[in-house]
Design a protein around this ligand. Structure first.
Ligand code: ADP
Length: 260
């Protein structure tokens, strides 16, 4: 089977990818992996072939969100063969989570080793032909981000999607993220404000439990596009825990318009 898959994978690995989207956030827990996952699912619904590269080495959560935990990555002549997460084989995934012996094992490595793995992920995964590669990065702006940007730069069009929450602290962190993009010459596709309001599980009305609009204001100040607000929806949390397709199952949710 592996030999058969490998025959259809061209060497060069990233050469067959049309667009690369780096998903960034100033801090953890703002929904970066959620947005990466839903973006990949939305692109699949639009008929695109998508790869996800999960380089959040210390918190690889995408295999769990896509119900791919415990699956194995194989080696072939052109590198690692990513895991297909759906029957139609339209979403493929490579994550450090597949290389750990246990899903909750921690990656306790120093910077150079992490950077080397990121470079290896970029050069050695045999993606084949993809319309989009979504790259889920660790929070912040660390050496790992530099390693990812440096390794991916030759394969543009490369752009960054910046995720924030409405609260000021997160918005302050994300300002640093935008500075990182400017300094590294990374095009900002836009800012998404996540956890913007709360969707009542009974009537699906959306209430602003925190402040709102910080992401939009930040985008306006920075002169980058604002892509919209995604409220906190308990159905989205549940869908991600159970590896279900939220966009398909909850089109009535106020979170649907931006996610889809
Ligand atoms: P990060 O990648 O930034 O660390 P995650 O994407 O892992 O954050 O999200 C943290 C938690 O919040 C997850 O349990 C996820 O299911 C939940 N979550 C994120 N965004 C939403 C949302 N808009 N509605 C409901 N739950 C969300």
């Amino acid at each position: 089977f592996i030999a058969c898959v490998c025959k259809h994978i061209e060497p060069g690995n990233l050469a067959g990818i049309q667009h690369i989207i780096l998903v960034l956030s100033g801090k953890g827990g703002v929904g970066k992996s959620t947005i990466s996952t839903e973006l990949a699912l939305a692109l699949r619904h639009a008929g695109k072939k998508v790869g996800i590269l999960d380089v959040d080495l210390c918190g690889p959560s995408i295999p769990r969100m896509l119900r791919a935990e415990g699956k194995a990555v194989h080696q072939c002549d052109s590198g690692w063969v990513p895991v297909f997460v759906d029957q139609e084989q339209s979403i493929s995934l490579m994550s450090v989570g597949f290389l750990l012996e246990k899903p909750d094992e921690a990656v306790v490595w120093r910077g150079p080793k992490k950077n080397a793995l990121i470079k290896q992920f970029v050069s050695d995964v045999a993606w084949g032909q993809l319309d989009y590669l979504v790259v889920d990065t660790p929070p912040g702006t660390s050496d790992e981000h530099m390693a990812a940007v440096d390794a991916l730069r030759p394969y543009s069009p490369l752009g960054a999607l910046v995720v924030t929450t409405p609260q000021a602290v997160s918005v302050g962190d994300v300002r640093r993220e935008l500075t990182f993009c400017r300094k590294t010459g990374l095009r900002v596709i836009g800012v998404v404000e996540n956890m913007s309001g709360f969707v009542c599980p009974h009537c699906t009305e959306c209430t602003n439990i925190f402040s709102r609009g910080g992401g939009e204001e930040l985008a306006r100040h920075a002169g980058v596009p604002f892509l919209g607000s995604v409220p906190l929806d308990p159905e989205l949390t549940r869908s991600l825990e159970e590896g279900r397709d939220f966009i398909q199952e909850f089109p009535q949710s106020p979170a649907f318009p931006v996610l889809s």
